[in-house]
Design a protein around this ligand. Structure first.
Ligand code: HMG
Length: 388
C-alpha cells in the first residue's frame, strides 16, 4: 500500500527582519550571515502568533481536503509547546472545528518531533488504511538578542495530511535511526530561549548524518546515484550543505552538480524564514518541490531528520504522479513577498514583548494581529485564542 503526504500547508508570521541590518547592528559582517551562515531574512513571530495559531493556519490551506469522517489522528510535533500538560493539538482541534472522535496529542524531541509525528501517522494509516492523519510540525526558534544563535532564529508551521494513495509523496518504510543522549542544544523549563553548544551541535549533526547514511546504503545496497535530491533539517542553509559536502565525493561529477543545485532549491524558503526547528526539514522539502521544475513523478528523495539531544533518522520518499498540481507555489511565494519588514528596533521590541513566565495577566499587541487565528490574551493563567 502507498502511504504518504497527500497535502502540505504552510504558515509563516507576516513579519520579518533583514539579517544584513541585524548584522550591522551587532557589529558583524553581513556576509557572515548571508554567506557564512546562509540566511538572508528571518521570520519574526509576535506573541499573538504561537505554534497553535500558526499550526491551525497551516492546516487551513487544505481544510477542505480533510474528510472529518476519516480523520482519526492529529499530532503536533513541537518544542515550543504552550503548556506543560495540555497538548497544543487540542487548541488547534477547536480552532479548526474537528470532530471529537480524533485522537489529539503533542510529541517532543527537539527538531525531530515532526518526523516522529509523521512516522506515527504513517504507521497509523498502515494499520487503518481508510483513515487520514494530520501532522503539524511547528516551532518558534529563539536564542536571544545579540547571541551567536540569533542569526539562526525563525518561525513557521508545516501541516501535512497523511493518507493512503497520497497525491504529493510516498513515504517508504526504510528508516535508519540513531539516538544518543548528548548536550548540544536544550531549553530549560524557565526560559523561551534555547541554550546551545553551537559548534559542537554542528559537528554532531554531521556525525549523525554520516552514520545513518552509511548504515542506510549498507542496508539497502545503494549509493547517492539512486536519489534525485537529498533534503536536510535546515537550522540554517549552510548546515545541510556541510552535511551534503561530507558525502558528495561518493557521487560522480554530474550527480554532484544535480544534488548541489537541488539542495539550493530546498533552502529557498529557509533563507527567508529561518529555523522553524521541527518544521525546518518539511519546509525544505516543500521548498524543493515548489522551486525545482526538473523533478519528475517517481523520483526518490533521501531525507535526513535531526533533532538535538539527539535523534537522527534517514528515510526516503518518492514523488507521486501529478504532485506539483497539489502544491501552492504561487500562494507561498506571494505570502513571503507580502510580509511586513521590521526595522531592527521594531524587531527587538517585538522579540522582547512576550508572555511572562508568571501568573500575571497579559494581552497581545493588536497592532501585530494577523493571519486567520490569534492569541488575544492570557487571563487568569488561561490562554485565549480567536479566529479573525
Ligand atoms: P558563530 O560562532 O557565530 O559563527 O556560530 P562562526 O564564527 O562559526 O561563523 C559561521 C560561518 O561564517 C563560518 O563558516 C565562517 O567562516 C563564516 P564555516 O566555517 O562554518 O563554513 N564567516 C564568513 N563568511 C563570509 N564572510 C564573512 C564571514 N565571517 C565568518 N565575513 C553557529 C555559528 C551556527 C554555531 C551559531 O549560529 C549557533 O550556535 N546556532 C545555533 C545552533 C545550531 O543551529 N546548530 C546547528 C546544528 S544542531 C541542529 O540542527 C538542531 C537545532 O535545529 C535545534 C533542535 O534540534 O531543536 C539547532
Amino acid at each position: 500500500m502507498r502511504i504518504g503526504i497527500d497535502r502540505f500547508g504552510l504558515a509563516i508570521p507576516d513579519l520579518y527582519v533583514d539579517l544584513r541590518e541585524v548584522a550591522l547592528r551587532r557589529g558583524d559582517e553581513p556576509d557572515k550571515y548571508t554567506i557564512g551562515i546562509g540566511q538572508d531574512e528571518q521570520a519574526v513571530a509576535p506573541s499573538s502568533q504561537d505554534i497553535v495559531t500558526l499550526g491551525a493556519a497551516a492546516v487551513m490551506e487544505f481544510r477542505g481536503d480533510i474528510d472529518d469522517d476519516r480523520l482519526g489522528l492529529l499530532v503536533v510535533g513541537t518544542e515550543s509547546g504552550v503548556d506543560s500538560s495540555k497538548a497544543s493539538a487540542l487548541y488547534i482541534h477547536r480552532l479548526l472545528g474537528l470532530p471529537e472522535s480524533v485522537r489529539c496529542l503533542e510529541i517532543k524531541e527537539a527538531c525531530y518531533g515532526g518526523t516522529a509525528a509523521l512516522m506515527m501517522a504513517r504507521d497509523y494509516v498502515a494499520a487503518h488504511p481508510d483513515k487520514q492523519a494530520l501532522v503539524i510540525a511547528a516551532d518558534i526558534a529563539r536564542y536571544g538578542l545579540a547571541t551567536s544563535g540569533e542569526v539562526t532564529q525563525g518561525a513557521a508551521a508545516v501541516a501535512m495530511l497523511v493518507s493512503a494513495a497520497p497525491r504529493v509523496l510516498d513515504i517508504h518504510d526504510d528508516s535508519i535511526v540513531r539516538s544518543e543522549d548528548i548536550q548540544d542544544f536544550w531549553r530549560p523549563l524557565y526560559t523561551d530561549c534555547a541554550l546551545t553548544r553551537g559548534k559542537y551541535s554542528t559537528l554532531k549533526y554531521i556525525e549523525f548524518f554520516d552514520d545513518v547514511w552509511d548504515r542506510y546504503r549498507e542496508a539497502h545496497g545503494c549509493g547517492l546515484d539512486r536519489f534525485a535530491a537529498l533534503c536536510f533539517h535546515l537550522p540554517f542553509s549552510k548546515m545541510g550543505l556541510k552535511a551534503l559536502r561530507s558525502v558528495l565525493p561518493q557521487a560522480g561529477e554530474e550527480q554532484q552538480r544535480k544534488l548541489l543545485e537541488r539542495y539550493q532549491a530546498s533552502t529557498r524558503y529557509c533563507r527567508r524564514i529561518g529555523n522553524a526547528y521541527t518544521g525546518s526539514l518539511y519546509l525544505g522539502i516543500l521548498s524543493l518541490l515548489e522551486n525545482d521544475d526538473t523533478l519528475r513523478a517517481g523520483d526518490e528523495l533521501g531525507i535526513f531528520s535531526y533533532g538535538s539531544g539527539a535523534v537522527g533518522e534517514f528515510f526516503t520518499v518518492s514523488l507521486a504522479e501529478g504532485y506539483a498540481g497539489n502544491l501552492d507555489r504561487d500562494g507561498h511565494l506571494a505570502r513571503l513577498a507580502h510580509r511586513r519588514k521590521l526595522s531592527v528596533d521594531e524587531y527587538e521590541a517585538v522579540f522582547s514583548d512576550k508572555i511572562p513566565y508568571s501568573a500575571k495577566d497579559y494581552r497581545t499587541d493588536e497592532k501585530y494581529h494577523a493571519g486567520p487565528f490569534v492569541l488575544t490574551d492570557v487571563t487568569g493563567q488561561e490562554r485565549h485564542y480567536a479566529a479573525r
